[in-house]
Design a protein around this ligand. Structure first.
Ligand code: PLP
Length: 347
């Protein structure tokens, strides 16, 4: 497990926070960088260009984290928007296969293309690999399910998709930051950074397999997507960046200012070690609830006791009818035990 010494005072929780699956808590250096940028903004102390350097830093750091090249990473504001971009680029009549309880940011954008014959088929996550067939154009799924923390068998799904020449789109929002992932194994890997990458909302990144880039329509193109965005603002012709930056949306400056130092810190600590730490805490919680160990940082239990946790000052969430608790690097064994005590008190 990570020791408080290794976290070096970057987080100071005065109560257990078990809800990273909803939003993660910023490390001190990122929070300080954001305050500094806000103060600059308030007094007009700088021009804005410096804030955009955070987009490049976040793109590079995310690329290293998932083993991609920065030039193959697009930066947007939400997952739904980046899913929508890929959805808008599918051929008419394409079939998309999605797990049946998938989070809607990775479902509605595909469904929204129905007007031009794009079809969405669903199957249980455990049956997804078997459900891929020759009619499947793309399989879209979360690496880790938001509703209950189930970790997808990505290797089998990739294999089944390869056999049917289907693309694989992975939403790693509930995974990136604690579950090791290799972008090269998939066609698209997207993650919003405000959960396990502990950043402000409004910074999402997507690694695109280089061969897929040219098939994507840059539907969000604007000044920021230009080859030279800091000095070329007016008039035709269309002159987009040659890299995946042409798929970007113009950056929400302050979100990125808080995001870059946080992803860099995750890199520095190491996803493998965070994985070990988070899953160990989750399994300590599972054991306390009489459950077998599993491989996820998110645990969903069928108890109606969220209010008791709340009363004990412990933040968790209710999703798909279950109590969802999630464990990240700033949590400790004492936080797990406090939650178990509160739940036992709930009888
Ligand atoms: C799996 C997953 N994807 C995406 C999101 C967020 O989507 P968006 O960035 O479109 O708001 C969430 C938020 O809970 C999520 O759990």
């Amino acid at each position: 497990m990570l020791s408080p010494h290794e976290l070096d005072g970057r987080w100071s929780l005065d109560r257990p926070y078990l809800n990273t699956a909803s939003y993660g808590l910023p490390p001190a250096p990122a929070f300080a960088a954001l305050q500094e940028a806000l103060a600059e903004w308030r007094e007009g102390r700088t021009s804005w260009e410096g804030w955009t350097e955070s987009v490049a830093r976040a793109r590079e750091s995310f690329a290293r984290l998932v083993g991609a090249r920065p030039e193959d990473v697009a930066a947007g504001a939400t997952v739904s928007e980046l899913v929508g971009l890929v959805a808008a680029s599918l051929p008419d009549g394409a079939e998309v296969l999605v797990p049946d309880v998938e989070f809607t940011s990775n479902l509605f954008p595909w469904l929204a293309q129905q007007h031009r014959g794009v079809r969405v088929r669903t199957a249980a996550l455990s049956d997804l690999a078997d459900a891929v067939d020759s009619s499947t154009s793309l399989v879209a799924l979360s690496a880790v399910q938001s509703s209950n923390g189930d970790v997808a068998d990505l290797a089998s799904i990739r294999e089944a998709a390869d056999a049917s020449r289907a693309l694989v789109f992975v939403d790693a929002t509930q995974a990136c930051g604690w579950l090791p992932l290799r972008a090269a194994d998939f066609d698209f890997v997207v993650a919003h950074t405000y959960k396990w990458l502990m950043s402000p909302r409004g910074a999402a990144l997507m690694a695109v397999r280089p061969e897929r880039l040219d098939a994507l329509v840059p539907i969000h193109a604007g000044w920021w997507s230009a080859e030279n965005p800091l000095g070329d603002y007016y008039g035709p012709p269309l002159r987009l960046a040659r890299t995946a930056r042409r798929l970007d949306t113009s950056p929400a400056w302050f979100s990125w200012v808080g995001t870059a130092p946080t992803i860099e810190l995750v890199e520095q600590i190491g996803v493998e070690r965070i994985h070990e730490h988070d899953v160990e805490l989750a399994n300590r919680f599972r054991a306390g609830m009489g459950l077998e160990p599993a491989n996820s940082a998110i645990v969903s239990v069928d108890v109606d006791a969220a209010e008791r946790l709340e009363a004990a000052g412990i933040r968790a969430a209710v999703r798909a009818g279950g109590l969802r608790v999630s464990f990240h690097l700033y949590n400790t064994g004492a936080h797990v035990d406090a939650a178990l005590d509160a739940l036992r008190a709930a009888g």
